[in-house]
Design a binder for this molecule. Structure first.
Ligand code: SAH
Length: 369
């Protein structure tokens, strides 16, 4: 990826900044739920490393890749420190120094995280009075080198690796924003190949930065079935539908929709396993598959939650993630963005009246060979 490509990518792909109603910071409880559900995998993985480790490092170096601008990243850092300290306690030792690197693309609103550092330190003091954690921001793409060789003990990344370095090329005839049943076969192939290329590169780069025996915990959206045309990305079909509504109203052009390819891929677990094995730098210790409802507050599988309010809630979550990208591509003004997400809320609600919407997730723990 050239510097220009990273800058363009960063301009288009960044979550809504600040703390306002549509910001990522106020609309990322879904992503928090995902982190919660992956926590047992993280705990087990850290335990395993600590049981195998001969000498404890003086300073424990961790990185959160794709940290965004919300509270989830420092929440994760605190979780990791607590887990490590618990294990140290069991082994009658004490780790007092932690280094946490928070990475995202350069246009990410790092300042919103940095402003919460005082309260993070307060929470850390409550959890462990003697521990110091030094926090730094690392702007750059995780599809490039980010850290010195063999400098990290743990890499964490949640809900970031489904973002590709770019949309696949040569898929001009796709009549949709992602893979759907009506997409010509090269579309699926193009997306799959781009993920394979990106994920292999990610593994190879991290293998240079992580110490032998070091750990990665990666969680991302995936598919529940090998068939790429299933229901796992229904939320994207509904986004397409909302964009088509705007075409019918003359607010955007068909050609703009035709040229928009969502730079995302939801892999099936076998694809992930094959890439890890082929790349060869890591042992794949654990793979956990789990679902969260689009409406993460809805834990009930049988009864319909309030579909209308859920539709609005899910649209808000998605808006915090997608707004900048859609505004950048379609050159949308404020009022058009509002109507796009109103339509999206409506289509989501109609879907939720008939069936639950779910994100299918893959969490893997990897150990550096
Ligand atoms: N981990 C956070 C944020 C998830 S949102 C949480 O769980 O709440 C996904 C984040 O990944 C976004 O902030 C996006 O900018 C970042 N991202 C996507 N591609 C990236 C890349 N190539 N390099 C670094 N960050 C990236």
């Amino acid at each position: 990826m050239s510097v220009e490509e990273i800058m363009t990518r960063s301009k288009l792909l960044h979550m809504n900044a600040g703390n306002g109603e549509c910001s990522y910071a106020s609309s990322s409880t879904l992503q928090r739920e995902v982190i919660q559900q992956a926590k047992p995998v993280l705990e087990d993985a850290i335990k395993k490393v600590f049981n195998n480790i001969g000498e404890f490092p003086k300073c424990f170096n961790m990185a959160d890749l794709g940290c965004s601008s919300g509270p989830n990243t420092l929440y994760t850092v605190l979780n990791i420190i607590k887990i490590v300290q618990m294990l140290c306690h069991d082994k009658r030792c004490k780790m007092t120094e932690f280094q946490a690197y928070l990475n995202d693309l350069p246009d990410n609103d790092f300042n919103t995280i940095f402003k919460t550092i005082p309260s993070f330190y307060k929470n850390l003091k409550q959890a462990d009075d003697g521990a110091n954690c030094f926090v730094s921001g690392v702007p750059g793409s995780f599809y490039e080198r980010l850290f010195p060789s063999k400098s990290l003990h743990l890499v964490h990344s949640s809900y970031s690796l489904h973002w590709l370095s770019k949309a696949p090329e040569n898929i001009e005839n796709n009549n949709n924003i992602y893979i759907t049943r009506t997409s010509p076969p090269p579309v699926f192939e193009g997306y799959m190949k781009q993920f394979e290329k990106d994920f292999s590169r990610f593994l190879q780069l991290r293998s240079e930065e992580i110490v032998t025996g070091g750990l990665m915990l990666l969680t991302f959206i995936g598919r529940s079935i090998p068939d790429p045309y299933g229901n796992d990305t229904a939320h994207l079909d509904l986004l397409s539908k909302s964009l088509i509504d705007l075409i019918h109203e003359g607010l955007i052009e068909q050609a703009e929709l035709d040229s928009f390819d969502y730079p995302f891929y939801a892999p099936y677990k076998d694809e992930v396993e094959t890439i890890v094995q082929t790349e060869g730098s890591f042992y794949l210790d654990t793979i956990k598959l789990f679902q969260v409802n689009w409406e993460e507050r809805d834990n009930d599988d049988d009864v319909c939650f309030d579909a209308y309010s859920s539709g609005k809630h899910v649209a808000r979550t998605m808006r915090a993630v997608l707004e900048q990208m859609l505004v950048g591509h379609f050159q949308l003004g404020d009022s058009v963005v509002d109507s796009l997400f109103e339509r999206y809320a409506y289509h989501l609600a109609c879907h939720l009246l008939v069936q639950k919407g779910k994100f299918f997730n893959i969490a893997i723990s990897l150990r550096k060979k």
